[in-house]
Write a protein that binds this ligand. Structure first.
Ligand SMILES: Nc1ncnc2c1ncn2[C@@H]1O[C@H](COP(=O)(O)OP(=O)(O)OP(=O)(O)O)[C@@H](O)[C@H]1O
Ligand SMILES: [Mg+2]
Length: 307
């Protein structure tokens, strides 16, 4: 099924992907002057911005993004709130279709082979959907059935995973709606690890988890790669987690990739006058500084702030 232009070791090939959304309008004067693409005027010679739906404004959530993830790689996507991480993950998992560009999972075009791609991937997100009246056990066994895992096997594995994540035995059979957000998050993680996807897409899997559970999730991710040869794409706001876990990292800002390298390579991008920079320094430099310069520096008068 692989097309020749993909190397055998490529798990995920994202080529020039764009995703736009119609969102509630900005003030009338913005639309009046034709600010439709992220509020920016097109430069001379660029094609005219696309038209938004009536009463709406068009924003570009993912803006010409390209990257390749190799088999058995743990690839991190970092970026500020609203930079397009979750949209990107939805595009990779067939939940959304790109407006432009292509996504291939093990050589399969996600737009053309949706069902085949779905069998190869699994996605965990912070807003995981469950049958809230049912227990984790019922939810997980239902999920496992869909993937053809037997009930007894799924039950054994689910108990083992949830025990490692520190979920009380009694919670396993109580309704999901009575559980805290962190507890529900653990069930979502267990669901992803129950089946053995060869590409696992994790959208902030550890947000809201206590430190011990975070480490357990990280060790699950490593295990899945080391023992089961899985490829993992993960988004996180925890820079230490990204540094410890990821082989390579892409930093997204305003829908665009602003840097992509190994954690060490990213740290070499910035100069800290002899001090070893952290990944957080790199993130701040690449995503924060530009915003401050653009919006604030022109009007910034230090004396006024100090007095
Ligand atoms: N279904 C949607 N309809 C309209 N706009 C959307 C939709 N989903 C996302 N967006 C917009 O796309 C942009 C990117 O959102 P996205 O959720 O991908 O960001 P994110 O990087 O995951 O942010 P966070 O760190 O807060 O999770 C935002 O401006 C958001 O408002
Ligand atoms: Mg998100």
């Amino acid at each position: 099924m692989n097309t020749p232009r993909f190397a055998d070791q490529d798990a995920l090939v994202v080529q020039d992907v764009v995703k736009r959304f119609n969102v509630a309008s900005q003030p009338w004067w913005r639309q009046w002057f034709g600010h439709t693409t992220n509020g920016q005027e097109p430069a001379n010679g660029e094609p005219k911005p696309l038209k938004a739906r009536r009463g709406k404004e068009l924003i570009t959530a993912v803006d010409h993004v390209s990257f390749t993830v190799r088999r058995r790689e743990i690839f991190g996507v970092l970026g500020p709130n609203g930079s397009g991480k979750s949209t990107l993950i939805r595009l990779l998992s067939t939940l959304l279709l790109p407006d432009e560009g292509t996504v291939h999972v093990f050589g399969l075009d996600v737009a053309k082979h949706e069902m085949q791609v779905k069998r190869l991937i699994n996605r965990v997100s912070v807003e995981a959907a469950f049958f809230k009246k049912l227990s984790p056990k019922e939810n997980l066994l239902y999920g496992a059935r869909l993937y053809g895992v037997s009930g007894a096997e799924a039950d054994r594995k689910a108990r083992e995973i949830l025990k490692r994540l520190g979920l009380r035995e009694s919670s396993y059979t109580s309704p999901m709606e009575d559980m805290s957000r962190g507890m529900q998050q653990k069930v979502a993680i267990a669901r992803a690890f129950l089946t053995q996807p060869i590409l696992l897409l994790l959208d902030e899997p550890t947000t809201g988890l206590d430190p011990r559970s975070k480490l357990e999730v990280q060790s699950f991710v490593n295990e899945l790669r080391d023992v089961h040869d899985a490829t993992i794409l993960i988004t996180t706001h925890d820079m230490n987690e990204a540094d410890a876990l990821c082989d390579r990292i892409a930093i997204l800002d305003d829908g665009k990739i602003v840097a992509m390298d190994t954690p060490e390579g990213l740290k070499q991008l910035i100069n800290r006058n002899g001090h070893a920079p952290t990944l957080e320094d790199v993130f701040m430099e690449l995503t924060g500084k530009e915003l401050i310069e653009k919006d604030d520096l022109e009007d910034f008068e230090p004396e006024k702030v100090l007095t």
